[in-house]
Design a protein around this ligand. Structure first.
Ligand code: M6R
Length: 611
């Protein structure tokens, strides 16, 4: 939610900031802006994408060695030029960008208004900035001190970057609840919501923690807590290459990421799953093995696609480990006063590792004594750091706003964790365990086979692109796949789509069925196959169009469908990693056929750091 970039050093700041903003555009893209130290503070901002800002800047004097930039996902105030960041303070001497929400901004705004302040935007950010300036004026203190005082008063989440006309080479930054990375160069510093804006300049980074404040000059980085005590920055080495965040010849990141799945699932299994010995090595699981196998129950908390991965995991953990599992929307769990026992294990599933609802939910459960196990893609992210143990999904950067490769990597990790616990608990026979280890190992190759059907799915997309509604149905392990398929279609093509357990259809949604309604079944051969086929017949009897994901060679099922997409046979526990791929492709090609920006769908952002 909002991308922020900063630079101070000997290079030209503007090109670094613009390139960084383009990389962070996945976080929000309704308006954008920069503030540059160029013989005084210059602020340029605009509704629209970074490319539009770039056009507006043609012919302007962009020379500056220090600057900040922002790409916005609106929270307070509609997307517009005046609500775009950076905001300028009343005196015009300060400029600030912000990612997050200041919850008590209305109260502070009232106090400032009573003192005569007026505001040129509807944002909470402008309020915070003027609050800081007011403190500076009243207390006759420096900016750093004023920021510290202000932040003690505000509630909510933020990363802020501030620049001050009177200290042209300094950036002040602070974080609570939203991500901030500082890249350390030689006589220069880079700032970003993630590390991608600094990839080609440095591999040395510091992940700023909550309640920390940084004073950044070209050759100096001072990190402090809000109590004004210095903290030694913990410098980490970035393990990410530039190629991983580029399109690599694909038209869209989403298509690239769908196609990367044989490799990303393989990377996720690599070094962990050894089929020669039948072992699964996961340091994060081994470290907490006793608590994990003696868990009274597992509560999986997540949002969106990660929540769907959690639902698949519920079936797997209950089946293999015989541990009761609940899957919770993090946003509901955090506010519900849930009953948590010290013997509970919370599994937090998150691609970005920055989802605010998930982060707060796990903090809450941790306070009540539960063990937090993170399944996260972004290394060093907030959820990864807040977890006491965990396993990274190693899917590489996912830039397309719709999650694809992160989902299958989450499934791979969660399956390995379940298998490892089941073996340790003796709730699985050796034969079944080894069979599943081999089935898991075979998944990357089978995904590659599914991807070969892309041209066929593209043709299906053309055929069904004008439908107004879709129903997605599945049972058992394939029920969450149906939910995920419906979510992908909604996100990318803006077509209304509902996912249901196939058997639940007759309790209501079947009323929607007529000759215009495409119903997508996830109907691979598993324990529920015959029952799913009966559900298909029920749709056909009402003239609905049946499109199904089925196994190769399943001619009987194909015979009752209008159209099919095929995947190779696999054990039902690992099959969701295959059956989800055609649904990702279907959503992608329908979105494309309708002419939408599939990488940046309307109203969405990749990393939801507001609640
Ligand atoms: O980064 P997270 O996995 O925590 O994100 C959770 C959801 O916001 C995310 O999965 C969202 O639903 C995506 N747009 C799905 O494509």
């Amino acid at each position: 939610m909002c991308g922020i970039v900063g630079y101070t050093g000997p290079r030209e700041a503007y090109p670094i900031i613009i390139k960084g903003l383009k990389r962070l555009e996945y976080r929000g893209y309704d308006s954008t802006g920069v503030a540059l130290q160029n013989s005084g503070l210059k602020v340029y901002k605009k509704k629209g994408r970074v490319a539009e800002l770039e056009d507006m800047m043609i012919g302007k004097d962009i020379h500056a060695h220090t600057g900040i930039g922002h790409t916005r996902w609106a929270t307070h105030g509609e997307p517009s030029d005046r609500n775009a960041h950076p905001h300028s303070s009343a005196s015009g001497k300060l400029a600030m960008i912000h990612n997050g929400i200041i919850e008590n901004y209305a109260q502070i705004k009232k106090e400032l208004s009573n003192k005569g302040y007026t505001f040129s935007s509807d944002t909470d950010t402008e309020v915070l900035l003027n609050f800081i300036e007011e403190i500076q004026k009243n207390n006759q203190c420096n900016l750093e001190e004023a920021v510290r005082i202000a932040l003690k008063r505000v509630t909510g989440a933020y990363v802020i970057l501030l620049i001050d006309e009177t200290h042209p080479d300094t950036i002040i930054a602070a974080r609570k609840g939203s991500p901030l990375v500082i890249g350390i160069g030689k006589g220069e510093h880079f700032l970003g919501s993630d590390a991608t804006p600094m990839l080609e300049y440095t591999k040395e980074v510091v992940y700023v923690n909550d309640y920390e404040l940084a004073i950044i000059k070209p050759d100096e980085l001072i990190l402090k807590n809000l109590g004004n005590e210095k903290i030694t920055p913990y410098v980490q080495k970035l393990d990410m290459e530039l190629a991983a965040i580029e399109k690599g010849g694909y038209e869209h990141f989403m298509l690239k990421e769908i196609n990367e799945q044989p490799e990303t699932i393989y990377d996720c299994l690599r070094g962990r799953l050894d089929i020669t010995t039948g072992t699964i090595t996961m340091a994060g699981v081994e470290k907490e093995m006793e608590r994990l196998i003696h868990a009274n129950r597992i509560v999986i908390v997540a949002c969106g696609t990660s929540w769907h991965a959690g639902l698949v995991a519920e079936y797997i953990f209950e089946e293999l480990c015989r541990i009761p599992v609940e899957v919770e929307y993090a946003s509901e769990f955090r506010y519900r006063n849930p009953v948590i026992f010290p013997g509970d294990v919370i599994i937090a599933v998150s691609q970005s590792g920055e989802t605010a609802d998930t982060l707060v939910a796990i903090e809450k459960a941790k306070d009540q004594g539960a063990l937090i196990f993170g399944v996260v893609n972004v290394v060093g992210s907030s959820i990864a750091r807040a977890s006491q143990a965990g396993a990274y999904t190693h899917a590489g950067p996912e830039i397309g706003v719709a999650s694809t490769k992160a989902f299958t990597a989450q499934l791979a990790v969660l399956t390995m964790v379940a298998l490892k616990l089941a073996k340790q608990k003796n709730t699985i026979s050796e034969e079944r365990y080894l069979h599943l280890v081999n089935e898991l190992h075979a998944i990357p190759e089978k995904v590659a086979i599914v991807l070969e059907s892309a041209p066929l799915i593209k043709a299906l997309a053309e055929k069904y692109k004008d439908a107004e509604d879709f129903l997605y149905l599945g049972r058992g392990y394939n029920f969450p796949v149906a939910l995920e398929g419906a979510l992908k279609l909604k996100e990318i093509s803006y077509i209304h789509a509902e996912g249901y357990p196939a058997a639940e259809m007759k309790h209501g949604p079947i009323a929607l069925v007529d000759e215009n309604l495409p119903v997508v079944f996830v109907a691979t051969r598993d324990s529920f196959h015959e029952k799913v086929v009966s559900n298909m017949q029920e749709i056909k009897a009402r003239k609905g169009k049946v499109i199904a994901v089925i196994n190769e060679g399943d001619t009987d099922t194909a015979a009752i469908c209008d159209d099919v997409m095929t995947v190779p046979e696999a054990n039902e526990i690992v099959a969701p990693m295959l059956s989800t791929i055609p649904l990702q492709l279907l959503a992608y090609y329908i979105g494309l056929a309708k002419g939408y920006d599939v990488d940046k769908p309307r109203n969405l952002a990749k990393s939801v750091t507001v609640e």
